[in-house]
Design a protein. Structure first.
Length: 167
């Protein structure tokens, strides 16, 4: 038997209220966890640079065949594996920036000074609230040391914050 006034399903208003609540909860979660995701990717960048930087920026700077300049790590990988066979194993699983890295660009950079005595590896960070430890430097710079700097212009991750390992 079907009684008058007995309804099956939900009304349009009820469905819209539920969708609105889900949208609000999604927005709150995105705001709450968005910073965590950026920070975790920055932690990976720092770890990757520390691992590779120990090798490339070790006792003396690696000077690419093309000389002084600024290079993507991917561009130097085959050259490094030929000159330094232990690096060949690392090249097989060459790390790349977790947001912008791909098969052709690692997103990690290596810079060698004109005198070829100073070098640095660096990456653009996402967390704009990262504490600056290299004050007075407005671009990743060979010879400026290791730490976080604020550049004059935003990088590929849309912030002007960079982490570098250098000597």
């Amino acid at each position: 038997m079907h009684y008058k006034g007995h309804r099956k399903g939900f009304t349009l208003i009820e469905i819209l209220v539920v969708v609105g609540i889900i949208a609000l909860l999604t927005a709150v979660a995105y705001v709450a966890f968005g910073g965590t995701l950026r920070k975790s990717r920055d932690t990976k960048r720092k770890y990757d640079l520390a691992q590779i930087g120990r090798f490339v920026v070790s006792s003396e700077c690696y000077v690419p065949n093309a000389g002084a300049g600024d290079y993507d790590l991917k561009d130097l990988a085959s050259e490094l594996s030929v000159k330094y066979p232990p690096f060949a194993q690392l090249v097989k699983s060459l790390p790349k920036d977790p947001k912008i890295g791909n098969e052709s660009v690692s997103g990690y950079r290596y810079v060698v000074s004109d005198d070829m005595q100073h070098c640095a590896m660096y990456a653009n960070l996402e967390n704009e609230k990262e504490p600056i430890t290299l004050a007075g430097i407005n671009a990743p710079t060979a010879g400026a040391g290791t730490g976080v700097l604020q550049a004059a212009h935003p990088g590929p991750n849309n912030t002007a914050i960079y982490y570098q390992i250098g000597k």
